[in-house]
Design a protein around this ligand. Sequence first.
Ligand code: FMN
Length: 151
Amino acid sequence: MKSIIIVHSYHHKNTEKIAHAIAETLDAPVQHLQNVNTEDLRKYGLVGFGAGIDSGKHYTPMLEFAKTLPDAKDKKAFIFSTNGVGGKKKMLRDHAALRNLLTSKGYCIVDEFSCVGFNTNSVLKYMGGMNKGRPNAEDLKQAADFANKLL
Ligand SMILES: Cc1cc2nc3c(=O)[nH]c(=O)nc-3n(C[C@H](O)[C@H](O)[C@H](O)COP(=O)(O)O)c2cc1C
């Protein structure tokens, strides 16, 4: 199945690293949000959407982008993110806004992935940040394993 990955990553490019690990396994291009022509997405059977988490949701530009997507009946999608605080339940909560937007467009969400990423938001920067060095090699391997399951 032809796949593409769309990413918005700015804080430390954490999510971009995950995007590339998934892309390598899927043999898929990675496109930055601002370069995506939404009509071109019709060519792909599987679309990955990923961004960092801010205030318990994917970054606002990703959510705004999802609102502009054309109807995608019978298209498959996966969602991923990096965050300051991990955990499966939290991931499902953090992904809810984007998941709801994508399903409202007709996407079938086949799986979701997240891991922690270096975070120097707000006062954390004065303490050296949290999750230094993440995503690390093990996180990238987990991302590749996730992509293998998608295949
Ligand atoms: C403005 C801002 C708000 C954030 N809010 C949250 C949050 O609500 N929950 C969380 O787990 N992480 C939060 N984070 C941490 C980021 O999601 C995390 O560092 C992520 O890996 C950054 O991804 P990026 O480097 O791809 O942009 C926040 C980071 C920033 C800069």
